[in-house]
Design a protein. Structure first.
Length: 397
């Protein structure tokens, strides 16, 4: 939305629409029930009582309240047992909606997702570098336009916005080929506070790699394991940690930031993993071949034009990722490593296979080699992870 008058109209309309949408954080037991339904799928009241150790009467009261509030739907009755058939309940996808924004080094993305993580609306803007005002205008303006298209009922069910972005974004000017002044606003201004003021929504901000990991936890098929590392390959590679079923971000929010890990080079020097194993390496190959790099960031992702460069890129990035996994496994008793990224799904399996082959050369004597698997979210992981922040704050334990 480039027209200022249109932007103001959408913004003002959104404030009116969202004036009554903040229902507050739900009671613990309600959020517990919603979390169990998200994890296990449809459950009958007796099953929920068993899992929560709440009384049947308490569970009935909670379920009636959630159903009356439009958060649950009745599933088909289960027959075949003595007595009345049980009626499982499941999450209503339209029970609540959440905005998720990704502020990337080459694009800004906005999605509106429902309770099941399905994307209901989206918008994207590709840029040379993230200008603060342009990014804020885009997110607030598109959020207003999306809300304007919702029904009156659905507008009241938009429950916040999450933002995924690199921490200390202003430190990356050199890597983006711009002057430090071009990113200086990110050091002195609060994007979360400004978006909250402009949209009327509660806004949560988190590291982009941790957000991608969070998407795997909330909306993906992440396995149950004590220690999982999630690797996400974007313009720069990053990582996240799931420890004992919880996203572990550390005191700075950068836990699992494997992009900064030093990787030994053949000449005896070291380079950070983000310099050896990121999408920026592919963009450099494309530029050297005289091919455009913009399609890397445009959706839908179609990289067929870059097949030769992609083949070489996969072989280029695999050694560094394998080394990072081997080092991380000695510090954290990793059981599983998931690899995902901003790439076509077919490439994700190829990257995972290439890294696995490289890991075959490592000696894991004394420790356990982590099980290497593909992630399940893909290019929208950071935005979905951002949207999971307000969802978790209000509707999960």
């Amino acid at each position: 939305m480039n027209n200022p008058e249109s932007f103001r109209s959408a913004r003002d309309a959104q404030r009116q629409m969202l004036g009554s949408n903040q229902s507050g954080v739900r009671a613990h037991n309600e959020r517990l029930v919603l979390s169990l339904l998200r994890r296990h799928g449809p459950l009958a009241k007796a099953e929920i009582a068993r899992l929560t150790r709440l009384s049947a009467q308490t569970v009935s009261v909670i379920m009636r309240a959630l159903e009356a509030d439009g958060m649950l739907l009745r599933d088909s009755p289960r027959r075949g047992r003595v007595g009345q058939p049980s009626v499982p309940l499941r999450l209503d996808p339209d029970g609540a909606y959440f905005f998720g924004a990704t502020i990337g080094r080459r694009y800004v993305d906005l999605v509106l997702v429902d309770m099941l993580g399905r994307i209901r609306a989206s918008a994207r803007r590709v840029h040379g570098h993230p200008d603060f005002d342009a990014v804020a205008d885009f997110i607030a303006g598109e959020a207003g336009a999306i809300c304007a298209d919702l029904s009156e009922r659905d507008r009241t069910r938009v429950h916040g916005m999450g933002v995924a972005m690199p921490m200390r974004l202003w430190d990356w000017a050199g890597h983006l080929g711009v002057s430090p002044e071009a990113l200086s606003d990110w050091a002195g201004r609060d994007i979360g506070a400004e978006l909250a003021e402009r949209t009327g929504l509660q806004v949560h901000v988190r590291n982009d790699a941790s957000s991608a990991c969070g998407a795997e936890m909330v909306f993906g098929t992440h396995p149950e394991a004590p220690a999982v590392m999630h690797i996400y390959i974007a313009y720069f590679i990053g990582g996240g940690l799931i420890l004992n079923g919880q996203l572990f971000v550390g005191h700075t929010g950068n836990a699992g930031a494997i992009g900064s890990m030093p990787i030994p080079q053949p000449d005896g020097s070291t380079r950070q993993l983000l310099d050896t194993s990121s999408l920026v390496n592919l963009s450099r190959r494309l530029a050297a071949a005289g091919k455009p790099i913009e399609p890397l960031w445009e959706v839908p992702l179609d990289w067929d034009y870059a097949a030769p460069e992609v083949d070489a890129w996969i072989e280029e990035i695999a050694p560094g990722i394998a080394h990072a996994i081997s080092v991380a496994a000695t510090v954290i008793d990793l059981e599983i490593v998931l690899i995902d990224g901003h790439m076509p799904e077919s490439l994700r399996s190829r990257v995972t296979a290439a890294v696995s082959r490289r890991l075959d050369a490592y000696d894991f004597a004394g420790i356990s080699r982590p099980d290497l698997r593909e992630g399940s979210i893909g290019a929208s992981a950071r935005s979905l992870g951002a949207a999971s922040l307000p969802l978790a704050a209000q509707f999960m334990v």
